[in-house]
Design a protein around this ligand. Structure first.
Ligand code: FAD
Ligand code: NAD
Length: 475
């Protein structure tokens, strides 16, 4: 027996893969009245990624930036089925998805396959390691909630080990050296947050060690934050200099060992830099399931960056049955939350249009069938006229293409400073500093999907201001 689905055979079934920015925005906007909707994701919650680095240093509690997917779906007009599972494969010809329960506890059934009429593919991406040795084994990532929690444990473990009696100066220095790889916004924001933790809390909790903590940001390109204007890049570099965060540009990490990183320096020399923790924020790549799906459509899907889609979010080569949004796609837009969110809500609005179009198409098919079966000329003429009228309506029917509206790029750089490149009167407006930081805070608080999350994040900020960050290390 297949899983119990909210199935109405009169309605088309939309299967949504993922519960991140794209999928959640799609679900938030979708009118479920006209569809059977099934959501499949290994994570039964939405994660507000922009504030993940704040969780890693304890400024925010993990749960403040999560929203259970069922919070979204329970308010829908028709029941939406939420399944905590990982999609394993997609059959674009027979229009089915196979998925498994890969959680710690499983029932007697832990894998199954379901059919779809439309598939909304929003599985995101995974961390890119470029096959560099030791990254998976020795580095922390900054992508999922468990990554932030792991980094926090490791960071505090380094501090406690450095505080262990009898440690040599050299070993203390190593343990307290934190290396962040990748000068994109993730690496920069995390370095800024680590610096705040050090300045605002560790100086009082570990007075004998705080002065020895060192943060190094390693970037292969000539500058950090290439998506920002030159002025803001310079501002970030000078803020980091004041904050004593070392930036090594044109430096490539070649290997991550348990107690060091191997660097190819700008002069091509190879240097082994001892450290206690490495955070890998060197970008993303497509998931295996995405590569497998693309391999099934080799002529239409040859872009190595991800799924090729048209301006309606339709995956090329699938006749409008698979829609892909967010980080799994290769479009002209950057892989950001802002893009995924807009694509998700656009697609939901397009689905409201699509249902009307599908209905007309069904009506037309029915009329053509009955025209073929009608024996009386008069009656057939009437049916043919009716079919012509439906055809005219269909010809006029246009689903509008997606159009991205860039709201600006923001990043927190530590020391109560943020940077913002905002679109302004056909140009752009660059700002950095304390005011931008308050703007950053208000922008993110208003972007959080629910009042509950806004309240939790605001109270966490207040708690951190009053009581400081917690330094207890979970096991
Ligand atoms: P995701 O949000 O990653 O969601 C993917 C979903 O698919 C997840 O729920 C996952 O569990 C699920 N999934 C994975 N595999 C499967 C499978 N096999 N079957 C079913 N489901 C699956 N962008 C900005 O615009 N502004 C920011 O400030 C910003 N800050 C960021 C900070 C950090 C630390 C990070 C890591 C990213 C940040 N981003 C930011 C980028 C942003 O998070 C991504 O662009 C966005 O998450 C992409 O949305 P998505 O829906 O494509 O993927
Ligand atoms: P990214 O791809 O933007 O940056 C990764 C950086 O790592 C690159 O600059 C790359 O040159 C560097 N790198 C790669 N391999 C390296 C190596 N071996 N040694 C040294 N450096 C190496 O990745 P990200 O920062 O995780 O961002 C991913 C996406 O999420 C981007 O689209 C970004 O815009 C978005 N994002 C946005 C924000 C924001 O708007 N505040 C925050 C985080 C992420």
């Amino acid at each position: 027996p297949g899983p119990q689905l909210p199935h109405d055979p009169e309605k088309k079934t939309v299967v949504v893969l993922g519960s991140g920015w794209g999928a959640t925005s799609f679900l938030n906007t979708l009118d479920t009245t006209e569809y059977n909707v099934v959501v499949i994701s290994p994570r039964n919650f939405f994660l507000f990624t922009p504030l993940l680095p704040s969780v890693a240093v304890g400024t925010l509690s993990p749960r403040s930036i999560l929203q259970p997917t069922r919070y979204v779906t329970r308010h829908k007009t028709r029941a939406v089925k939420v399944i905590e599972a990982e999609a394993q494969s997609i059959d674009p010809v027979n229009k089915t998805v196979s998925f498994i329960d890969n959680s710690a506890i499983q029932g007697k059934v832990s894998s199954t396959t379901i059919p779809y009429d439309y598939l909304v593919y929003a599985v995101g991406a995974e961390v890119q390691t470029f096959g560099i040795p030791g990254v998976k084994e020795n580095a922390c990532f900054m992508k999922e909630l468990h990554d932030a929690e792991k980094m926090q444990r490791r960071f505090l473990d380094c501090l406690e080990s450095a505080a262990f009696p009898g440690q040599s100066e050299e070993e203390i220095e190593r343990l307290l050296h934190m290396v962040v790889v990748g000068g994109g916004p993730t690496g920069v924001e995390l370095s800024g947050e680590l610096h705040d933790f050090l300045e605002e809390d560790l100086k009082s909790w570990y007075p004998e060690l705080a002065g020895k903590i060192k943060i190094t940001l390693v970037e292969a390109l000539p500058s950090v934050l290439p998506m920002f204007s030159k002025r803001l890049i310079d501002y970030t570099m000078s803020t980091f200099k004041e904050s004593k965060i070392d930036i090594l540009t044109q430096t490539m990490v070649k290997e991550v060992k348990e107690q060091s990183v191997t660097l190819a320096m700008p002069d091509k020399s190879i240097v082994e830099m001892p450290c206690g923790m490495v955070v890998w924020a060197a970008g993303n790549k497509g998931l295996k399931i995405t590569q497998d799906l693309m391999a099934k459509l080799p002529t239409a899907q040859a872009n190595r960056r991800g799924i090729s889609i048209d301006e309606y979010m339709q995956m090329n080569g699938t006749d409008g049955t698979i829609f892909a949004i967010g980080d799994c796609t290769a479009s002209s837009h950057a892989p950001t939350a802002q893009v995924a969110q807009q694509q998700g809500s656009y697609l939901a609005r397009a689905f409201a249009q699509r249902v009307k179009r599908d209905r007309l198409q069904d009506q037309l098919q029915e009329l053509e069938r009955s025209a073929a079966m009608t024996l009386h000329d008069d009656e057939r003429k009437k049916v043919v006229e009716e079919a012509e009228s439906v055809k005219r309506q269909l010809a006029k029917f246009k689903i509008r293409p997606f159009s991205y509206s860039h709201q600006g790029t923001l990043a927190y750089i530590g020391s109560d400073k943020a940077i913002a490149d905002l679109p302004f009167l056909n140009g752009s407006f660059a700002s950095g500093g304390l005011l931008t930081y308050y703007f950053w805070r208000s922008a993110y608080i208003s972007t959080l999907f629910s009042l509950r999350n806004r309240t939790l994040v605001a109270t966490d900020w207040l708690r951190t201001k009053v009581f400081g960050r917690d330094v207890s290390r979970e096991w």
